[in-house]
Write a protein that binds this ligand. Structure first.
Ligand code: THU
Length: 133
């Protein structure tokens, strides 16, 4: 069921721009039944680099996808992936819990979930706002 999502994450890592770390990452997000992909994009001014997961979230939202993540796949070219803390929080913005598929360089898939990656999370519902833009 999530095969396409996983394949899209693996395809995205081939498009990564990672000349400084050499660590290529691809992410794919399922929103409204459609898949949105992203890769890490580094910069000569290192701190401006962007992770694959956030690239994918921003691609989805920018494309007008429903603001609700159904599932995520993250693929790496070396070892096994683990999304950074910043990306866990950005994913949390669009859902409290959904499946996350971690795809190693060897193609092995480990299924976890956002709630496991980011327990007791802070999110939009933590703020006293009724309307969201
Ligand atoms: N990176 C990601 O794209 N996702 C993560 O979850 C971890 C780190 C990228 C950022 C940088 O381009 C490279 O991997 C090394 O940190």
């Amino acid at each position: 069921m999530y095969d396409e999502l996983i394949r899209e994450a693996q395809a995205a890592l081939e498009r990564a721009y990672a000349p400084y770390s050499g660590y290529r990452v691809g992410a794919a997000i399922l929103c409204g039944g459609k898949v949105y992909a992203g890769a890490n994009v580094e910069n000569a001014s290192y701190g401006l680099s962007m992770c694959a997961e956030r690239s994918a979230v921003f691609a989805a939202i920018s494309a007008g996808a429903p603001r609700s993540i159904e599932a995520v796949a993250i693929a790496v070219a070396i070892g096994r992936p683990s999304p950074c803390g910043a990306c866990r929080q950005v994913l949390r913005e669009f859902g409290q819990d959904f499946p996350v598929f971690l795809v190693g360089a060897d193609g092995k898939v480990n299924e976890t979930s956002l709630a496991r990656l980011l327990p007791d999370s802070f999110g939009p519902d933590s703020l006293p706002r009724e309307e969201k833009i």
